[in-house]
Ligand binder design. Structure first.
Ligand SMILES: C[S@@+](CC[C@H](N)C(=O)[O-])C[C@H]1O[C@@H](n2cnc3c(N)ncnc32)[C@H](O)[C@@H]1O
Length: 193
């Protein structure tokens, strides 16, 4: 059965002020971010949207001199991203991707976000709706090929979802490829063309 968090969705990130904590989201899952970086070098796309971009580490690493838009519902994270970024081709938006009006992008990607959303399938539908060519989603909370349905659970402090994504449900619902990374993270790739 699905659990519910104790606060309004997004409050945890909206109140997170510590710059080091924002960086740690990226570097604690360094393998995934590096894997994405390597994938993008082999699969370049002209226009890119990162959903849940945090303080913009991936933008500064992978998208130097490249068209890039990052969206995050935390204004604190977006302020940090803007203050650290010099690249005129980078745009950051402080908003909830689920209801903010957006154009379409060749690539829409997201790392370490779907683990925490209220409804993973609705999140994927939304990403597909703003993608022209590819949706790429990395989830760090394990790879679950034998679980029938996603499990919507909460973390120990009760203020953040910590979902298990069911590979079976993903494949029933989306025309996607699912891959396990070496330490059991999940990559979901959805061609949209
Ligand atoms: C665990 S952090 C990961 C940040 C970054 N992707 C990384 O890996 O370092 C999850 C991020 O997703 C953002 N987020 C969650 N739901 C979102 C939504 N509906 N729209 C935009 N951003 C969202 C949060 O504000 C938070 O910055």
């Amino acid at each position: 059965m699905s659990q519910r968090i104790s606060k309004q969705y997004g409050t945890t990130w909206q109140n997170m002020k510590d710059e080091e904590r924002w960086k740690s989201f990226h570097y604690n899952q360094g393998e995934m971010h590096q894997k994405f970086h390597d994938w993008f070098e082999l699969n370049p796309h002209d226009t890119v949207l990162e959903v849940g971009c945090g303080s913009g580490e991936q933008a500064r690493i992978t998208f130097v001199d490249h068209n890039y838009t990052g969206i995050d519902l935390s204004g604190v994270a977006i302020d940090l991203a803007v203050s650290k970024t010099k690249d005129v081709r980078h745009e950051f938006i402080s908003a909830d991707v689920m209801n903010h009006k957006l154009p379409t992008y060749d690539l829409v990607f997201s790392i370490n976000v779907i683990d925490h959303v209220e409804d993973p399938n609705a999140f994927i539908d939304r990403l597909i709706s703003v993608a022209k060519k590819t949706v790429l989603i990395y989830a760090y909370n394990g790879y679950y090929p034998n679980v029938e349905n996603h499990v919507i659970a909460v973390n120990g402090t009760g203020d953040c979802y910590l979902n298990k994504l069911s590979v079976k449900e993903l494949k029933r619902r989306f025309d996607c490829k699912c891959e396990s990374l070496t330490n059991n993270h999940t990559i979901v790739e959805i061609p949209c063309e």
